[in-house]
Design a binder for this molecule. Structure first.
Ligand code: PRP
Length: 211
């Protein structure tokens, strides 16, 4: 086993805020993540290295212990079963909302609604709680296109500024969940490497309290 702690972080829109946080903690990756093709990178902290992966893969790395710690959006965590993963901290970065959205004219209430999303589990749970029967259409991106092309009546997607919805003539309709990035840990690592991990968690806590 590598003696360094491995922290899994996500590519994409979450990366910039994650790196700013790590910089404040003296844990910045030693290479520019926008330029390097390396995926396993040392940090300024000699005890910590990062792996840079797709957001949806972060829970998997942490669950199997390939990463001791991970930073992932609540949206991604809600889509995973969460076995072997412990949520430690709300980092308060990359805040947005998981919402139902669609065209302003509401679909026929008697009809079984088609909902396009990559957040299948969250959408199923939400509509089940509402007692609504829906058909899920799984997509992997650009969900806003689905109501415009007749693929679906509604979408379940992240809304930040609302610009993407507006640009496509869609409206936010129902709020499902407030989303932000969370620090998660592998449950076994938490037991085996408790002292080291507690120190790192404390560093995260101090950095978010300062901001
Ligand atoms: C996300 C989300 C929306 C958009 C919302 O997509 O899926 O499309 O951002 O942001 P806004 O409210 O500020 O416009 P992202 O750009 O992360 O790409 P994705 O489609 O690959 O998820």
């Amino acid at each position: 086993m590598n003696s360094k702690i491995t922290l899994a972080i996500s590519k994409g829109r979450i990366l910039e805020d994650t790196v700013s946080l790590l910089e404040r903690m003296g844990m910045a990756p030693v290479e520019d993540l926008n330029k390097t093709r390396k995926l396993l990178i040392d940090t300024e902290d000699p005890n910590v290295r990062v792996v840079v992966i797709r957001a949806t893969d972060v829970p998997t790395y942490v669950q199997y212990g390939a990463a001791d710690l991970g930073i992932a959006g609540k949206d991604t965590l809600m889509e995973t079963q969460g076995e072997g993963i412990y949520e430690l901290l709300d980092l308060g970065i990359c805040k947005c909302k998981l919402m139902v959205a669609g065209r302003s004219e509401l679909p026929d209430p008697g009809k079984r609604l088609k909902v396009a999303t990559k957040y299948v589990r969250s959408a199923q749970q939400y509509f089940a709680q509402q007692g609504k029967q829906i058909e899920i259409i799984r997509l992997y991106g650009s969900m806003e296109l689905a109501p415009l092309t007749g693929l679906a009546d509604l979408i379940v997607d992240l809304v930040d500024t609302g610009n993407t919805l507006r640009a496509n003539g869609l409206q936010p309709l129902e709020h499902i969940e407030d989303i932000s990035s969370r620090l998660v840990a592998n449950k076994a690592s938490l037991k085996v490497r408790v002292g080291t991990l507690q120190n790192i968690v404390e560093q995260f806590r101090n950095a978010i309290e300062e901001s």
